[in-house]
Design a protein around this ligand. Sequence first.
Ligand code: HEC
Ligand code: HEC
Ligand code: HEC
Ligand code: HEC
Length: 253
Amino acid sequence: MNKKMVLSALSIVAAVSSSASFAAFTAPGQGVVGSVHDMNQYTAATKDTEGRVCAFCHTPHHALTSTTVTDYMPLWSHTLANTSGYKPYDSATLDATIKDATTMMEGPSKLCMSCHDGTVAADVHYATTTGTLWLDSDAFGGAAVAKDFTLTNDHPIGFVYDDVAAGTAAGAVGTSTEAGKDNYIKNSGAKFSSNLSITVASRLFVNVQNKAIMTCATCHDVHNKKNVDEGTKNYLLLSPNTNSQICLSCHIK
Ligand code: HEC
Ligand code: HEC
Ligand code: HEC
Ligand code: HEC
């Protein structure tokens, strides 16, 4: 990225963070058009010439396909930054076995990171590769200058959910003595607080080995449709941040 692009990217970040309220973007549950994920909302350079919204992520033809693994590429039209090598979260008390770095990003997570690690411009999509937008001010992949593709400081993803979740769906503490089980996590039958038609299970990615994995989409709805966020920000969350309901949907605390 040259200096001019860095500068324009920074001004876009500033513009987005000051306007990322419900006033500027559609409210939770109102769909992707007009939401934070409608790339036409940002600068003139970002806009799709035909005003398409889905096109930044999907294309009906000429989509990207995976050559290495049987994975999830829902007619994907956005360049993938890095399909292997994100470093996982770890801690002394983590019970979950996070899949190795190459498979940790199975399912939607790598699709999210194709924009949110800050290496590929968010407006790069099929037939439109101007690359004028670099947006994620948090850059999940690390500092904008030295990307090492780390997710070590982010909530763990990329593990088989029910291998670790040993509490009951209703929220009773589990009784398992097995290593690798956490009795204070509800099993995947649990429902999202204030969004009771949605179970955790329905938000896990079931891979080719039929294992249901926790991903970014377990907490967020990229299409701004099933989320019920409330507050001053729309984080596309399946349960509100208010009273940390999103966390308590799974954690027995
Ligand atoms: C910012 C990127 C983005 C945009 C814009 C977007 N999608 Fe998606 N879409 C995704 C991701 C990521 C997934 C993977 C599943 C998930 O994350 O839940 C997905 C999955 C899907 C799926 C398959 C799974 C499902 O939920 O049925 C369909 C169908 C789909 N999108 C349709 C659309 C349509 C139609 C539009 C435009 C109106 C659209 N998407 C806009 C990112 C996007
Ligand atoms: C085509 C690029 C693209 C893809 C793919 C994408 N995003 Fe985004 N996302 C953006 C942009 C651009 C914004 C608005 C700027 C920002 O907040 O960084 C945004 C905003 C968000 C926000 C709100 C941020 C805020 O501060 O209000 C969340 C949460 C989010 N994305 C999560 C996801 C998740 C989870 C996925 C995958 C399921 C995903 N995104 C896929 C580009 C993308
Ligand atoms: C365990 C639930 C959970 C998972 C999994 C998760 N997030 Fe989030 N995310 C949140 C919550 C909650 C927020 C709201 C901000 C806060 O409370 O600090 C958020 C905020 C965000 C934001 C906007 C604010 C920021 O900090 O930049 C983005 C972008 C985002 N998430 C993307 C992702 C991506 C990409 C993944 C997968 C790599 C992911 N999230 C996985 C819960 C989650
Ligand atoms: C969809 C279910 C789900 C949601 C929502 C969720 N978590 Fe988690 N969280 C888990 C699971 C499963 C683990 C792995 C637990 C383990 O390995 O012991 C975990 C791990 C963690 C850890 C690391 C524990 C350790 O031993 O290092 C922390 C801290 C945590 N979550 C906090 C939160 C917070 C705070 C929120 C809300 C912002 C949240 N979680 C939302 C399921 C969830």
